[in-house]
Write a protein that binds this ligand. Structure first.
Ligand SMILES: [Ca+2]
Ligand SMILES: [Ca+2]
Length: 302
């Protein structure tokens, strides 16, 4: 298997030794959100052994093919297919105290021109996917999707793209963490220094302000229906730019022994913006207009 992210077992043991102490400390110190508690009692050995898998980040944060577009408060829907996530654990890996590696998720973006409601749905799919080298392959069914919504965007071209192992990213997070991605909290990730028309651009961080999350499955806080699909409506989102990070929710799929560590899992994404008027609301609106019309007519007669 051509797996760029699996270190040799010797290297693995070395990292395990380095991380062992920190892992125990961070597990004990983690804040008490329900989601984190759900994963608090994982075997420490398993968590340690899997920690190092995603240390080298090869892919950068980008939205190519994953921009839903700009919406206001009129009813509108957009579907994006042909996308895939790597491995089936990227999202849930960011729920623990050592964060997750963002290249195991796929970021989507959308922009709101007005305050509105937004429903996001992510569903397993089989997709033709093209990797960063241009290789085309067919993704696998079986994604157990989870996603988090944030205010904010990653750096866009011509700025250099953000990635977990950039110097500024590593410097901005706790020692011993496996990446920058946090599924349940605000987080940041940065880029390398660049230049634009001869002007140097210093490295900087992109900030993601956590709004909410949802995930497929039967565990505590999940959607309760393990059908490879998850959906959630966010009410009254303010105008601005938003990022959605989507990944797998099988925590144990990150074990080094899993043959599907680098498997591509297809995902179809749908965004519905605006409020869908119910038939009764239409009826009430029409009745109300009729009543007002009658009142206006009566007033003008007197
Ligand atoms: Ca983690
Ligand atoms: Ca579901």
């Amino acid at each position: 298997m051509n797996n760029k992210y699996s270190p040799t077992s010797a290297l693995k043991r070395k990292y395990v030794d380095i991380l062992k102490t920190e892992k125990h400390i961070s597990l004990d110190n983690q804040e008490g959100t329900n989601m984190k508690n759900a994963f608090r009692y994982l075997s420490a050995a398993t968590a340690i052994a899997t920690t190092i898998i995603s240390l080298p980040a090869m892919a950068h944060v980008g939205y190519t093919g994953r921009n839903f577009g700009t919406f206001d408060n009129t009813y509108s829907t957009a579907t994006l297919s042909g996308q895939a996530v790597t491995g089936n654990y990227g999202w849930v890996d960011g729920t623990d105290s050592d964060n997750g590696d963002s290249h195991k998720l796929r970021p989507y973006r959308f922009t709101l021109a007005k305050e509105t409601n937004v429903t996001l749905t992510f569903e397993q799919a089989t997709s033709q996917v093209i990797d960063h080298l241009g290789n085309v392959s067919t993704s696998q069914l079986g994604l157990k999707p989870g996603f988090s919504l944030y205010q904010g965007l990653a750096h866009l071209a011509p700025m250099k793209a953000d990635y977990d192992s950039a110097e500024i990213s590593v410097a901005s997070r706790a020692l011993g963490t496996e990446g920058s991605f946090k599924a349940l909290a605000d987080w940041s990730v940065g880029n390398d220094p660049g230049e634009l028309s001869g002007t140097p651009l210093p490295a900087s961080l992109s900030f993601f302000k956590y709004i909410g999350h949802a995930y497929d499955g039967t565990g505590f806080g999940s959607d309760g229906t393990p059908d490879g699909k998850v959906s959630h409506t966010f009410m009254n989102l303010k105008p601005g730019d938003y990022s959605v990070f989507v990944g797998g929710t099988d925590y144990f799929a990150q074990e080094a022994s899993n043959p599907d560590l680098s498997t591509k899992y297809g995902v179809t994404a749908t965004l519905v913006a605006g409020v869908v008027p119910e038939p009764e609301v239409y009826a009430m609106l029409l009745a109300g207009l009729g009543l007002m019309g009658a009142m206006v007519r009566r007033r003008s007669m007197h």
